[in-house]
Write a protein that binds this ligand. Structure first.
Ligand code: DGL
Length: 265
């Protein structure tokens, strides 16, 4: 059994953890939410890089054999540095603009992500490799992460904010929408209500966990029988994180031992 760290600015990475618990249940997981500092998406590139490295170092000190940086923003600004400084497999996440470009029929793709991700060199370098005939409508999801962190997924405020953010994408008649922030899959139902079911939603959680699985195999970190565990760590309130995990995760927590802890880091 491997110990796998999953890190995000807050509860967004639970969307990746959910998929990991489904595909790779027999491991120990440590989920680290930097909720005291969320959202990352409106902070400077240098702050995000420094803090993300600090969070990953903490996970290595906790005995992690591999880390999923379950945050598009942290991946965009910090993954190269994290990989160069830490000697374990580091799996990142990035907006699925490549699969979206391949799937889109009319060549118009909406991308909802944080401002930091959309402005990052990494995202723009990836964008430059994609076919010119595809048009990307980029939209920063300002304000969405704080509402999700606050548990306001179905609130009227969320509905109004999503309506504003999705307007340009709908008006451009995009047929594909990329969710480029790990918090946003928790808004899928609300988004579908606003954009209809004819727009395909691309979220990369499944591909990220398949990549994790390949890395674990390569490093001979196989699943084994035994009691799997989940530790939920939060730089804000770990009881709130546990309540959010119980609400947002579709994979039942019950077969594994679960504990939670608030941290000052
Ligand atoms: N879940 C994050 C992401 O994927 C972070 C969002 C934020 O903290 O602004 O980008």
């Amino acid at each position: 059994m491997a110990t796998i760290g999953v890190f995000d600015s807050g509860v967004g990475g639970l969307s990746i953890l959910d998929e990991a618990l489904k595909q790779l249940p027999r491991h120990h997981y440590i989920y680290l939410a930097d909720s005291a500092n969320a959202p990352y998406g409106e902070k400077s590139a240098s702050w995000i890089a420094k803090r993300s490295l600090q969070m990953c170092r903490y996970l290595v000190d906790q005995g992690c054999d591999a880390i999923v940086v379950a945050c598009n923003t942290a991946t965009a600004e910090a993954i190269a540095q994290i990989r160069s400084e830490l000697q374990i497999p580091i799996i990142g996440v990035e907006p699925g603009i490549k699969p979206a470009a391949m799937q889109s029929q009319n060549g118009v793709v909406g991308v909802l992500a944080t401002e930091a991700t959309l402005n990052s060199d990494k995202f723009n370098a990836l964008l430059a490799t994609l076919p010119r005939h595809c048009r990307f409508i980029k939209q920063a999801g300002a304000g969405l992460v704080p509402l999700i962190e606050d548990g306001q997924i179905e609130s009227p405020a969320m509905h109004a904010l999503l309506q504003t953010h999705l307007k340009g994408i709908v008006e451009a008649q995009a047929d594909t929408l990329v969710l480029g922030c790990t918090h946003y899959p928790f808004l899928k139902n609300q988004i579908k209500e606003l954009i209809g079911t004819s727009i395909t939603i691309v979220d990369t959680s499944d591909a990220v966990v398949r990549q994790l699985s390949r890395q674990l195999l390569q490093h001979r970190l196989a699943e084994e029988s035994g009691v799997a565990s989940l530790k939920l760590l939060s730089t804000a309130n770990a009881d709130t994180l546990l309540a959010m995990a119980e609400r947002l995760l579709q994979t039942p927590l019950s077969p594994r031992s679960v504990d939670q802890q608030s941290l000052m880091i």
